[in-house]
Design a protein around this ligand. Structure first.
Ligand SMILES: Cc1ncc(COP(=O)(O)O)c(C=O)c1O
Length: 380
């Protein structure tokens, strides 16, 4: 009987065959498979363009670069996320402006955004945290009213929908990660989506040393090498064929856990608003109403063969990189706020009071039931 893992890539002979084909073709760099993956991804998400890159952090950097914002512009974002979200704003020469999250969905709270907007604000960057779409309709309205760009950090959001529409097409540009733990994987990898032709053209160019789509040695802007390899493209393309299967297996696990948690008074989970489909990247248990600390619960889960783990128990602005932002070279030219004095009380409370349990697609019926039993054992 295996310990139930929180990471278990859903791979089989199909990915192996595709990677072998790439090896045999001797064409290892971005090519046929990456193009095929882009087509499938755009179709699945209902977006006009999908553009691959080498990871989700590069995707965020490219998204920011593609908007040509003046250095020192502010980008409104959530502190309850992986550090890549705010780091990408920083290395784009911009200023992360942290706004608190909603107590039920744990996503950026749109009702707090307008009061955070200043004349320096140029974009809003929500994250679809744990695979639950942020309130994109509300944020789009705000972005349009204040003439701001809307960037979706959909690294965790593959499969998330609002009223049947996939994330990735709500903002000006969206970024996904294909890191090994994600819903759709290529080991390391990233993909951007946009419905804007001009942004798509820039993304293609920026990730390839500022080349045009003709290739060669003409460089029309400063760019990077953030290209994917076709080994990654091959894995990602096969994963697209299994996307519905992967998502429905994750959903089956999460639905069962929600039913179990519904029957227990002192714990909860991320609320899924009406019309929203959770992508179920992470299933987190909310311990705000119990005295049991997440670290204690995690230890008990592990003792019972379920590899639960704490995640984001520190918010982005509580990390050393923000606390010591004054020592970073960009601080010589950009005036950052004092991140030691930021306070997002809801996000702080959630960060101290949650942990994740395994929701990976490989779980068998018996394993799902075992996880459910352990939830009951630890909290009843
Ligand atoms: C919210 C969020 N944004 C960005 C990233 C960065 O993606 P990658 O690890 O592929 O660079 C991640 C990765 O975990 C993430 O969770």
């Amino acid at each position: 009987m295996r310990d139930i893992p929180f990471v278990d890539p859903y791979l089989d002979d199909r990915e192996l065959q595709a990677v072998t084909d790439v090896m045999n073709s001797r064409f290892l760099v971005e090519g046929k498979y990456s193009r095929e993956f882009e087509r499938k991804f755009a179709e699945f998400t209902g977006t006009k363009h999908a553009i691959t890159c080498n990871n989700g952090t590069s995707a965020l950097h490219l998204a920011i670069e593609s908007l040509d914002l003046p250095p020192g512009s502010e980008v409104i974002t959530t502190p309850f996320t992986f550090i890549a979200t705010s780091n990408s704003i920083l290395f784009g020469g911009l200023i992360p402006k942290f706004v608190d999250v909603d107590s039920d969905t744990w996503n950026l709270d749109p009702t707090l955004i307008e009061s955070a907007i200043t004349e320096k604000t140029k974009a809003i960057m929500p994250v679809h945290i744990f695979g639950l779409a942020a309130d994109m309709k509300h944020m789009k309205e705000i972005a349009e009213r204040h003439d701001l760009f809307l960037i979706e950090d959909a690294a965790q959001g593959f499969g998330a929908q609002i009223d049947g529409k996939h994330v990735g097409g709500f903002g000006d540009v969206a970024t996904f990660s294909l890191y090994a733990t994600k819903n759709l994987i290529s080991g390391e990898g990233g993909v951007l989506t946009t419905n804007n032709d001009e942004i798509a053209e820039k993304l293609d160019s920026l990730k390839n040393h500022g080349r045009t789509r003709e290739g060669g040695y003409k460089h029309v802007r400063v760019g990077f090498n953030y290209r994917m390899t076709d080994l990654q493209g091959a894995v990602a393309s096969v994963q697209m064929d299994k996307a519905e299967e992967i998502l429905s297996r994750r959903k089956l696990n999460a639905q069962l856990y929600r039913d179990v948690v519904d029957g227990i008074d002192n714990i909860n989970y991320q609320h899924v608003p009406k019309g929203y489909d959770h992508g179920n990247y992470i299933f987190a248990i909310d311990t705000r109403a119990t005295k049991k600390k997440p670290t204690e619960a995690v230890a008990e889960f592990k003792k019972n063969g379920v590899l639960a783990r704490p995640i984001y128990d520190k918010l982005s602005y509580q990390q050393e990189n923000f606390k010591n932002i004054g020592s970073w070279r960009w601080a010589k030219v950009i005036e950052y706020p004092d991140y030691n004095s930021i306070n997002c009380p809801v996000a702080e409370e959630i960060s101290r009071n949650h942990f994740e349990i395994p929701v990976v697609p490989s779980l068998t019926h018996e394993e799902r039931e075992r996880v459910s039993e352990v939830i009951r054992k630890v909290f009843i």
